[in-house]
Design a protein around this ligand. Structure first.
Ligand SMILES: [Zn+2]
Length: 415
């Protein structure tokens, strides 16, 4: 219900803006379907970071190659951040801490958050959200996570294989005393909105940016707003106030031409993990996006995200022997030491109310992985394409369990 109200509100604003005529429109100041931020919510995060820590986080993690700094001013005691893209004189002040910075240890920060792990049960007390990426069901083709190679009967719907892994991982983690929350438990949308509901917003945006709105570009934007924005906003909303320590967004990756030429690929498959960061200047320019970035920065989510992602990298690379995927564009930057961890600004890792790690192992259109997926979930091993293989779903879930156990057992040893 809230989202319907929000959309009609945005549609009203958009309608009002377009009244003034396309030529003199100010640049859009919010992301599509994004809400106006309440900067006073950062009041509780004042004086937490030193000047050098704040600048280092901006320059080395959150901003893509140092661009986007024009939204900030600095003096000795504070950073000043622009609150309104279209009004240059409005700033919010973020005070730096005065005393010498002493970083809270990872252990202290997890203990303060409610982790009660001990040698017998290292994961006790954790609240972990498992987010099976995408929607699936009747929506898998529309969300372009749907693949059936020529001459094969098994259809890969990424959302659905993600959910199988999540169900397996949930059972494993619950046995360790973890409270597991699923962001979806079925292959259907969590948002009440549908593409048709998003047509007015999509049309207004296309009219803003293109000389002539054509029906098919409006439709594709409405679809995208449905599966990539409204859906994740609904999942984020559902996680609020539930004390979630960590969200793991579960995906299978793909090699180029996934869903395009519908052929299996023999290129090497790969593996990587994503944390939040590397905001493009065009993203930092949006008021709500800038606010959301700063909230994560001030809460130092990066500490947990990067340390945990490195633990995932170690376990997953050891068991799958997959090489690290490498990004080349400006929207991702390498972080951590393993080579497997990258920072990107995606919607779930920006708006979920907790640290978030995206897991991106395997390639669904890779020959080996495709046939392992098609073989389904089973106990023990089976011969698949002449190779003795375990269930890929169990392997994935067990690697999640092993990564978390390794990280939290490591913390216990330091304590
Ligand atoms: Zn995915």
């Amino acid at each position: 219900m809230f989202f319907r109200v929000l959309v009609s509100f945005l549609a009203t604003i958009a309608g009002f803006i377009s009244f003034s005529g396309a030529s003199d429109l100010p640049p859009r100041h919010l992301s599509l379907l994004g809400a106006e931020p309440d900067w006073t919510q950062l009041d509780a995060l004042q004086n937490r970071l030193s000047a050098s820590e704040f600048k280092e986080l901006l320059e080395e993690l959150y901003l893509s190659r140092d661009a986007g700094l024009e939204m900030f001013r600095f003096d000795e005691e504070a950073a000043w951040v622009r609150t309104r893209r279209n009004a240059p004189n409005f700033y919010y002040r973020i005070g730096f801490r005065e005393d010498e910075y002493s970083e809270q240890s990872e252990i202290e920060s997890w203990r303060a958050a409610g982790w009660r792990g001990n040698v017998e049960r290292p994961l006790e007390g954790l609240v972990i959200a498992l987010d099976p990426g995408h929607i699936g069901g009747e929506w898998s083709a529309l969300e372009q996570r749907h693949f059936r190679p020529e001459g094969e009967s098994f259809v890969v719907k990424e959302a659905e294989i993600n959910l199988i892994v999540v169900e397996r991982a949930k059972a494993l983690l619950e046995a360790h005393g973890v409270e597991v929350i699923l962001t979806r438990a079925e292959n259907r949308p969590m948002t009440d909105l549908r593409p048709d509901d998003l047509f007015p917003v999509a049309r207004t945006e296309i009219e803003r940016t293109q000389a002539r709105a054509n029906e098919s570009s409006v439709r594709s934007l409405a679809n995208l707003l449905f599966y990539r924005v409204a859906e994740l906003q609904a999942r984020a909303e559902d996680l609020k106030g539930r004390g979630v320590h960590l969200a793991l967004s579960i995906h299978f990756n793909a090699l180029p031409d996934f869903g395009g030429n519908q052929r299996l690929s023999d290129e090497p498959e790969h593996l990587h993990f994503l944390v939040n960061g590397s905001y493009l200047p065009s993203e930092v320019a949006l008021d709500n996006v800038r606010f959301e970035m700063l909230e994560r920065l001030l809460k130092r989510y990066d500490l947990r995200e990067i340390a945990l992602a490195e633990s995932f990298a170690e376990e997953f690379s050891k068991r799958t022997e997959l090489p690290a995927f490498r990004y080349t564009g400006p929207n991702a930057r390498a972080v951590g030491k393993s080579g497997y961890v990258w920072a990107r600004n995606l919607l779930a890792n920006r708006i979920f109310p907790c640290p978030v790690i995206y897991l991106e192992p395997y390639a669904m259109n890779g020959r080996r992985t495709y046939y392992r997926l098609a073989a389904g979930d089973f106990e023990g091993t089976q011969s698949i394409q002449g190779r003795e293989e375990e269930s890929i779903y169990r392997e994935y879930a067990e690697m999640i369990e092993a990564s978390l156990l390794s990280y939290f057992s490591g913390l216990l040893k330091e304590e």
